[in-house]
Design a protein. Structure first.
Length: 575
């Protein structure tokens, strides 16, 4: 038996989810408020019979592994370990070689963290602790985030770890030592203040080392990270996320800063929903981790040219993940968030509350004004128009075009014409196009949008009141194949598929029964309303497809096809 099946045999999904979500009985199922989006009435259903969960508000769902992965924001291996611990299963005994390897790497990094922490409290570590105090950090913050110091010396850590029984090759794989041309091992971190890097579960997976003050030079990096390892990938890691993920979920917002000191000072000053990129460029993986917890992002980047450019790149990337983005107002005399906090306690919270919408930031960043020279004005206007063009809402587009017209003294119609001519490339991070994973926005592998929701509800109504089924069959030609097949399984009960989109759809529909009324009159009334709504959506979708086909036919100058399509469009418009 596979490990996952063994865990599912020993654990009940309701018992796994109850510590995270208050669940109340709802027929054969359990119901509660969804932990993944804000809602007032419970649409989060757990089925002990089917060992699955689904939220009918945001569309997310899955098994116990999927729930733990999403709630704890961990990968499958970590979720496996969490659930194995709950089930009392020793992964080593079920032959998980990878897990044994990962456990060794976690342990090496934990021992290294303890060693660096202890060194900070030794006389030789006094200058590092003094620097942290000078920057404004309190002892409790230093302790809470397990900061330490790598003292001067070529092999202090290596000798400590080898005494603990670890081979040099294992320590090297953990990213903590290197080998020189003569084949000799040496500590990768020497004479540096150490910032442990934790995964979302709180395990140390690597380090960032800041060169000791007074030892900076162009030949060595001011900040360096551990070498990447099987447990550490800097493109996936957000500094501090292990401490702040619950606060980010609770307030539905994350404050994004650039470095460890910015994060630590902000957190110390009460910004407990902050995260830092640890000096690396923002990646799709970073945005994915944050978007699973919140919809709002506040950028608090350095007040310099590099920081402003990074803010612009981040705004564009975050837009692809459907974030509502705001930017901290730039303040004179403060280079970064750490300076703001050190200068005035509580100021950071005020600035976060006053953060400006991303588009307002663009107006300031590109210095749009009526008095600009024409060449500069044209360049700045085009830069802002490119951002406005990416906005999906026509209402919001119109609002910002009006704002741009007022500030630039250029008419809205002229700006709209200029915007139509602009060609926009897809957003890229690290040379790759930014795309939000399907599960981020609650998308399933079935027809999405309002039609999919309506069909899903019709299926559950038919389960609740089978007498309604004949009234649906005359609309079969408008249904997608998946939903038509699902209706057939409900119409003629038999052996339903165990896997695939149809099986998932049937599972979800059975869960939805927990939310349906038992009053026959209410069921019939809702059924009629849903049929009418579905017909409208089907007509709307067909008209959109006809418009696309008409454009292609007109380009091809196929007058016969244009006439046929126009007739079809006019017929449908009268429905």
């Amino acid at each position: 038996m596979q490990t996952t099946d063994l865990i599912k045999e020993k654990l009940d999904i309701a018992d796994v989810i109850k510590p995270y979500v208050h669940l109340a009985p709802a027929g054969k199922n359990l119901k509660g408020l969804c932990p993944f989006h804000k809602e007032k009435s419970g649409s989060f259903i757990v089925s002990p019979d089917r060992q699955m969960w689904h939220c009918f508000g945001c569309g997310l769902g899955g098994d116990m592994f999927g729930f733990v992965m999403r709630y704890e924001n961990v990968d499958f291996i970590e979720a496996l370990k969490i659930l194995a611990d709950k089930a009392g299963i020793e992964l080593k005994r079920v032959g998980n070689t990878d897990q044994r390897k990962y456990d060794a790497l976690y342990e090496i990094n934990r021992i290294a963290k303890d060693y660096f922490q202890a060194s900070l409290n030794e006389p030789a570590g006094g200058s590092a602790l003094s620097y942290l105090h000078e920057r404004g950090l309190k002892d409790e913050t230093v302790t809470a985030f397990e900061l330490g110091v790598a003292l001067p010396g070529n092999d202090n850590l290596m000798r400590h770890l080898t005494k603990m029984g670890y081979a040099p090759e294992a320590i090297k794989e953990a990213g903590l030592i290197s080998k020189n041309e003569r084949g000799l091992y040496y500590d990768f971190f020497r004479n540096r203040i150490m910032f442990p890097l934790h995964n979302p579960s709180g395990k140390v997976i690597g380090f960032t080392g800041r060169v000791m003050p007074g030892n900076e030079s162009p030949e060595i990096g001011k900040y360096v990270n551990s070498h990447e390892s099987p447990i550490f990938n800097k493109s996936k890691l957000l500094f501090g996320f292990w401490k702040t993920k619950n606060a980010i979920r609770d307030v539905n917002a994350a404050v994004l800063v650039e470095g460890q000191m910015d994060f630590l000072m902000s957190y110390q000053d009460g910004i407990t929903n902050a995260v830092a990129t640890s000096g690396t460029a923002l990646t799709s993986e970073h945005l994915t981790a944050l978007r699973r917890l919140c919809e709002n992002l506040v950028l608090a980047f350095d007040n310099d040219g590099a920081g402003r450019a990074a803010a612009e790149r981040t705004i564009d990337a975050a837009a692809a993940f459907d974030f509502n983005v705001k930017v901290l107002p730039l303040t004179e005399g403060a280079k970064d968030p750490a300076d703001i906090v050190k200068g005035e306690s509580g100021k950071m919270a005020k600035l976060v509350a006053e953060a400006m919408p991303a588009m307002e930031y663009y107006f300031q960043y590109h210095q749009i004004s009526k008095d600009q020279p024409l060449v500069e004005k044209k360049k700045a206007i085009r830069a802002v128009l490119a951002k406005i063009k990416t906005i999906s809402s026509p209402v919001e587009q119109s609002h910002w075009l009006t704002q741009l017209a007022n500030r630039s003294n250029v008419g809205e119609q002229v700006l709209a014409a200029e915007m139509r001519q602009l060609k926009i490339e897809g957003v890229k991070v690290g040379g790759e196009a930014v795309r939000a994973p399907a599960d981020i926005l609650g998308q399933a592998g079935l027809p999405a949008g309002r039609q999919g929701i309506i069909l899903e509800r019709l299926l559950s109504l038919v389960l609740a009141a089978p007498a309604l089924l004949p009234h649906i069959e005359k609309h079969y030609n408008l249904f997608s194949d998946e939903y038509r097949k699902a209706f057939e399984f409900i119409k003629t009960p038999g052996i339903a598929p165990k896997e695939g989109p149809i099986a998932h759809l049937l599972d979800v529909v059975h869960l939805r029964l927990s939310l349906e009324s038992t009053d026959p009159e209410k069921l019939e009334l809702e059924f009629k309303q849903l049929i009418l709504a579905f017909q409208k959506e089907a007509v709307k979708e067909r008209k959109m497809k006809l418009q696309e086909e008409l454009k292609e036919a007109e380009k091809a100058k196929d007058e016969t096809k244009v006439a046929v399509l126009l007739a079809e469009y006019q017929r449908i418009s009268k429905m």
